[in-house]
Design a protein around this ligand. Sequence first.
Ligand code: IPE
Ligand code: IPE
Ligand code: MG
Length: 238
Amino acid sequence: MGRDEKMPRHVAIIMDGNGRWAERHGLKRVDGHRRGAGRVFELMETVAELGIEYLTLYAFSTENWKRSPLEVQALMELLEESLNAKLPLMMEKNVRLKTIGRTEDLWPGVRAALLKAVKVTADNTGGTLVLALNYGGRAEIVDAAGRIARAVARGELKPESIDEPCFRRFLYDPELPDPDLMIRTSGELRLSNFLLWQLSYAELYATDILWPDFDGTALKEAVAAFGRRERRFGGRKK
Ligand code: IPE
Ligand code: IPE
Ligand code: MG
């Protein structure tokens, strides 16, 4: 028996709207980020219930360094704190943590907490949570092109053998299947440099809900909408 095609195997989310959530509640932007970070682990329950194997979350983009030093600092500190605090929960829930992005440029504390959590959870089998950190879709493609060029220069790869499956092996994590469903919260309708290669045939879903309010019910609604879509991948209707 194959997988139920009405259910996404891999869901990717642009977690947007923390700042607006804070503003609406008369709070500081960092309070919105704190509330948003809390959501991540609350959702893992629903992710498991729905049988979603991979959940990729856009947590910090290569462009987010443009924010005020105060906000960048708050985000870095919050990431480090959450990764450390939620490690026992990830172990309890059997969740494997992975990461994509130029993680070498994250603040050292975040990087250390991230590498530790990735290592400790590596053998967990209850679903994979992928955090996109200092991630940019263009950066990923450029990084892949650079690694391909070096492999060719070393004589390990022939230019004529570069096809799509080959290119994919040079992405940050070749093991990840393409997302079936991409959700963006807070009503914005743009990709903001997220998974440019991988989203080619993803179903897109936008909701006005701000990320700190996005709960299990909201995720179930998105997955139900996905189930009503007809995916054709350029071919004919089945
Ligand atoms: C998303 O919320 C979190 C990150 C990008 C780190 P925002 O901070 O972008 O919230 P808005 O878009 O300003 O409301
Ligand atoms: C995208 O949100 C990045 C993350 C959610 C991490 P942004 O809020 O940074 O995107 P723009 O600036 O609205 O395009
Ligand atoms: Mg935003």
